[in-house]
Write a new protein. Structure first.
Lengths: 168, 447
């Protein structure tokens, strides 16, 4: 189990290091679109949508990375003054009540919608380009899965710390 | 599926998140989890699942919100480009001879930075590293120095481009471009209030902020002017390009953000601060911040969907509208609640959860949508400064050199007068709504 947890950590770290390039890619695509429109006077419908899809992939795949690095927004005014065992208790309780349903259902719904998109050849209706939605539904599903994996790994680590009184 | 009456839904959902968020569990997960759990109880798993997935997916695929990573990238890159040091050095020669001059410089640089960055982390940190040590070494009162740093840096999230406004737009169905220009003059009004306060207070309390000795600023006029021009020009060009293109109706905020990110990178290259390592750092920080913001956004958007369907929105509307005091009494209560929440809750929580719920209330009361939105935004300035939960204070404490000997008590004492000034600013916006509404009315077109 320890190996699996470490492997998930490494996976999400690698993914984070990979998807950070998507930020430059998405912004670059918009810059190209700006150039096409204002300099070449030849606007496209494909580039803005591609940028949005790139960004959606970037956001969803960064959730696991944010969770791994504990970079969530938290109101830790009281939390920081609590003893470690109580902190872990809060984290474990809230993970069971809030995190597990959230990541479970998101991954489940992401899976359903991914298959729906591929099977029905679902199209994006924002423009007359009509690109298929399958790829972005898939990347969003992958992002949710990475987040779910990291959620479970972090929960396991918290439980381990509470029981064994040592970091995993 | 259990039918729960809407009053109970309101109390359970809002009270529940308030409780668990105060315990210290991540906002995004509490909010999302609460939405899912209550959604399943009220409507069964299928509906809850569809509402949540669709709202999360919709937010991730939002074109306007794509401006957020752009402005975040731009702000972080500008931090690396070193413009803050250059501006400080140039203004130092001009204003340090006056009592309180350095504190005024801090606010002024905060204002210029605010027009180039969209997050307060970047501007408060930069001011803490550059301006705060200079003030304290010159014998400035620590509380005043910290207050000016926090308040000046916090302008970063009000004066456009601003992540707060990029998020506010889609949440309240208002054009982000219009919000940008509505925030412009109120931002300058606040900046002016801060500067006047510092000048007046230092004029009467002579020991508070001594002037810098003449030898340290004996530089010929020509050089002084040249330094000022050279240091101010690049950020001003950037501001004009980014905001001007939105104002003239040429570009969407998303396009302006992307081009701004590119321009910031070019500036870093021009200042010879750019390296591959810095690019990687900027990207990492960008995905960390956007991931964190978008996760709160997506889960809160889903939560609000469930909350509204459960009838909570109507209950909140009823409760607020039944308050005494007529239109302005109710308005005062809304503002007071937002102010109070700012003490304890993160601004993103207020933005993503409270704004969709109270926007219809503002409309029902007959307030101008844009004006109402901007009053909330100016009010939210206080949430960065009001302890115990105040980002500006956290960033200052995190970035301040320990050898300066700044205590949390100093920071809190220093920040309180500025909170009062923000409230005065709010009063001005009520008395003269044109402060907010004039500039957006001059825009060529709105997106």
């Amino acid at each position: 189990m320890r190996k699996i947890v470490k492997a998930i950590d490494r996976l999400n770290d690698r993914v984070g290091m990979g998807v950070r390039w998507l930020s430059v890619l998405a912004l670059g695509i918009i810059c190209v679109e700006v150039f096409m429109r204002y300099v070449l006077n030849h606007p496209t419908t494909t580039l803005p949508i591609t940028a949005v899809m790139t960004a959606a992939t970037m956001y969803s795949c960064s959730f696991g990375y944010v969770h791994l690095n504990r970079r969530h927004i938290r109101v830790d005014v009281i939390y920081t003054h609590l003893p470690t065992a109580v902190k872990l208790g809060i984290d474990i309780f809230c993970a069971l009540v809030f995190l597990l349903p959230l990541i479970g259902l998101l991954a489940y719904a992401g899976w359903n919608w991914m298959w729906f998109a591929w099977e029905t050849n679902e199209k994006n209706l924002f423009s007359w380009w009509y690109p298929i939605m399958g790829p972005v539904r898939t990347s969003v599903f992958i992002g949710f899965c990475l987040f779910a994996l990291q959620g479970v790994a972090t929960l396991y680590r918290d439980i381990y710390s509470l029981v064994r009184h040592e970091e995993l | 599926m259990i039918h729960i009456n809407p009053e109970l839904v309101t109390i359970a959902m809002l009270g529940g998140i308030l409780f668990f968020v105060m315990l210290g569990y991540p906002l995004a997960i509490v909010v999302g989890g609460m939405g899912i759990v209550m959604g399943i109880i009220m409507f069964g798993p299928n509906i809850a699942l569809e509402v949540i997935y669709h709202r999360v997916y919709e937010l991730l695929n939002n074109y306007i919100l794509l401006a957020a990573p752009g402005f975040i990238f731009m702000g972080i890159m500008l931090g690396y480009s070193g413009i803050t040091e250059k501006m400080f050095a140039a203004m130092y020669l001009w204003l340090s001879g006056f009592r309180g001059g350095l504190a005024i410089i801090t606010v002024l640089i905060g204002t210029v930075l605010a027009a180039t960055v969209g997050i307060i982390g970047a501007s408060v940190t930069a001011l803490t590293i550059i301006a705060l040590p200079a003030m304290i070494k010159r014998g400035y009162d620590k509380a005043l120095a910290c207050g000016a740093t926090c308040a000046g840096g916090t302008l970063g999230i009000l004066i456009p481009p601003s992540i707060m406004l990029v998020i506010y737009g889609p949440m309240a169905a208002i054009s982000v471009g219009k919000l940008f220009f509505a925030a412009f003059i109120p931002g300058f009004v606040l900046s002016g209030l801060y500067c006047s306060y510092i000048a007046i207070r230092c004029f009467f309390q002579k020991e508070l902020a001594p002037p810098v000795p003449v030898e340290e600023r004996a530089v010929p006029w020509a050089k002084k002017t040249w330094d000022l021009l050279v240091s101010m020009l690049p950020p001003l060009v950037l501001i004009l390009a980014v905001l001007g293109s939105i104002f003239m109706g040429i570009a969407t905020p998303t396009e302006a953000a992307s081009v701004g990110a590119l321009a910031a990178t070019i500036m870093a290259i021009a200042y010879r601060r750019f390296s591959f390592l810095i690019l990687k750092d900027t990207m990492t920080e960008t995905i960390k911040v956007t991931g964190m913001v978008l996760l709160v956004g997506a889960t809160a958007y889903a939560f609000v969907g469930i909350f509204m369907r459960g009838g909570g929105g109507d209950i909140v509307k009823e409760i607020i509208l039944s308050a005494p005091g007529g239109k302005w009494g109710i308005f005062a209560i809304i503002m007071f609640v937002v102010f109070l929440l700012g003490y304890f809750i993160d601004w993103l929580g207020i933005l993503f959860i409270i704004v969709p719920i109270i926007t219809p209330v503002g409309e029902a009361l007959g307030f101008d949508k844009l004006w109402f939105a901007m009053m909330i935004c100016v009010n939210l300035q206080t949430s960065f400064l009001t302890p115990p939960f105040a980002y500006a204070i956290f960033y200052l404490r995190g970035a301040a050199d320990p050898s300066l000997g700044v205590t949390t008590g100093d920071i809190i004492r220093g920040v309180f007068p500025f909170i009062g000034l923000i409230l005065i600013g709010l009063g001005l916006c009520i008395a003269f709504p044109q402060i907010i509404l004039w500039l957006p009315g001059q825009m060529i077109t709105g997106f």
